[in-house]
Design a protein. Structure first.
Length: 157
């Protein structure tokens, strides 16, 4: 059970910004893991997760997220890298998100999104400079859009 929970933690941390132990515990509970704050804290320490700042609006209220301080490449870290470096704009409507990139970059970003295997995303269509991300429900779209904005390091527009 501990191994499964820790694998779930690594997946969660890699696929979305996790800002606190309480947030991580709530996400684990949604996946069926009964956890306590002490258990989550111990898991974070054993996994070697560290908190790093992410870009926020103000200087004093800088946001933080947990990351795995590892040089090993994974599809999820690839997603973070390509979104941060290549995505120019993010817009959403109903259950669709449109990501704009520079010319020739959309296929790479779409591939990284597909490989991340976010359960809320049905699929992507990548053109030359535009990616259409199809989200499973309209209710999930703002959450997924914010996840992309967090990966990009910008706040909601």
């Amino acid at each position: 059970m501990k191994d499964r929970r820790q694998r779930a933690i690594l997946t969660l941390v890699a696929t979305r910004p996790i800002h606190s132990q309480e947030e991580l515990a709530a996400l684990l509970e949604r996946q069926g893991f009964a956890t306590t704050q002490a258990t989550v804290s111990r898991d974070i320490k054993e996994l070697g997760l560290v908190k790093v700042p992410i870009k926020g609006d103000g200087d004093d209220d800088a946001l933080f997220k947990y990351v795995v301080p590892s040089a090993t490449a994974s599809y999820v870290s690839r997603l973070h890298r390509v979104v941060a470096e290549l995505v120019l704009s993010i817009a959403g409507s109903v259950n669709l998100i449109v990501l704009r990139t520079g010319p020739g970059s959309a296929q790479m970003v779409a591939s990284a999104i597909d490989e991340a295997n976010w359960p809320e995303i049905i699929g992507t269509v990548g053109g030359d400079d535009t990616i259409l991300v199809i989200v499973s429900s309209a209710e999930q779209m703002p959450v997924i859009k914010q996840r992309f904005l967090d990966l990009k390091g910008t706040s909601a527009a």
